[in-house]
Design a protein around this ligand. Structure first.
Ligand code: FAD
Length: 290
């Protein structure tokens, strides 16, 4: 099923997982997926290293999600290091596995590497996918602007180009202040972007993870969030529980404000996903058929 169909009837719940490291067999993630399956997500997306090393893993995991677990899958595809032949090859592999959804991304430029300059922006890949396949295309977006963007006006203008190229829904970068999301959402509507936007929620459960995330994403940290993290930084269990509670509070507020969907960055941790989902299960149920 194309993910675009899902938003017609409900508040969508999706998960993101990443392939195991290159030295670890792909199969090592199957037990994680099996546990996530019990939480009944509408789809699971699988990341893809922009360096291009984990492509087979991404598609193999999507294949397992779709064909072993019976859950819709979306394969991430960053284009910065792709040429047209390679992009076509990836799309063929997806098609062969019955995958219908692709998250078209630019990817980040790794230090010391030179991009291929065939697809400069994600919107170029979106157009290419629409011209060459029947895949449903998803795009990424940034409520606090992408780190390379000059300002929100440029950000939303380029996002509109990406949606016009053929994205049927968008998933946000993680954020910790829902007000940033609501303001961004309003700006997209003013700009004429009318596709659903899923809110990307990352439960932060250790301080090392926070520092890393903030350094790569631009995400602002609200005072109340910093206070919780500082208070429990030396107590891993309390910090984990506080991170889960914070993510739950964000989701409750987002659903109450009629968000189109929640995309949970699971970090391949079914324990945390389970805690969060069981806390908000009835809220998703209440919005079914809206
Ligand atoms: P784009 O949409 O191309 O935007 C990147 C920047 O270029 C923005 O500042 C935009 O405003 C600007 N821009 C766009 N079009 C134009 C134009 N025509 N002219 C000038 N400027 C323009 N990375 C991975 O490597 N693998 C993954 O699996 C992965 N998954 C992700 C999932 C989500 C939900 C998100 C939010 C990000 C993910 N990323 C992943 C990270 C992503 O690749 C980076 O954030 C990357 O820097 C931007 O990708 P994009 O697709 O948003 O790029």
């Amino acid at each position: 099923m194309k993910t675009s169909e899902l938003f017609k009837k409900k508040t969508v719940l999706s998960f993101e997982v990443f392939p195991p490291k290159n030295t670890t067999p792909v199969e090592s993630i199957y037990s994680t997926i099996d546990e996530l399956k019990g939480l009944k997500p509408d789809f699971i997306s699988v990341t893809y290293g922009a360096g291009g090393t984990s492509d087979n893993a991404t598609i193999a995991i999507c294949d397992a999600i779709k064909n072993k677990c019976g859950i819709e899958a979306a394969a991430h595809l960053p284009c910065i290091n792709l040429d047209r032949e390679r992009a076509l090859h990836e799309l063929e592999l997806m098609k062969a596995a019955g995958i219908e959804n692709v998250l078209a991304l630019r990817g980040d430029i790794a230090p010391g590497t030179e991009p291929k300059h065939i697809f400069e922006h994600a919107s170029d890949l979106v157009s290419f996918i629409k011209e060459n396949s029947g895949m449903n295309v998803i795009g990424a977006c940034y409520p606090e602007t992408h780190p390379e963007s000059k300002n929100m006006v440029d950000e939303v203008r380029h996002l509109k180009e990406k949606v016009d190229a053929g994205c049927t829904h968008l998933i946000t970068q993680l954020f910790f202040n829902n007000e940033d999301f609501y303001e961004f959402y309003e700006k997209t509507r003013i700009a004429g972007i009318d596709v659903p936007i899923e809110a990307g929620i990352m439960p932060v459960t250790n301080t090392r993870q926070i520092k890393r995330m903030v350094s790569i994403t631009n995400a602002g940290l609200p005072k109340k969030f910093v206070k919780i993290m500082e208070k429990y930084e030396n107590d891993p269990v309390a910090l984990r529980d506080a991170g889960i509670a914070y993510a739950v509070s964000q989701i409750v507020d987002l659903i109450a404000n009629d968000v189109d969907g929640i995309h949970l960055y699971t970090m391949n941790n079914p324990y945390i996903a389970t805690k969060i989902c069981s806390a908000v299960q009835s809220l998703f149920a209440a919005h079914e058929g809206d």
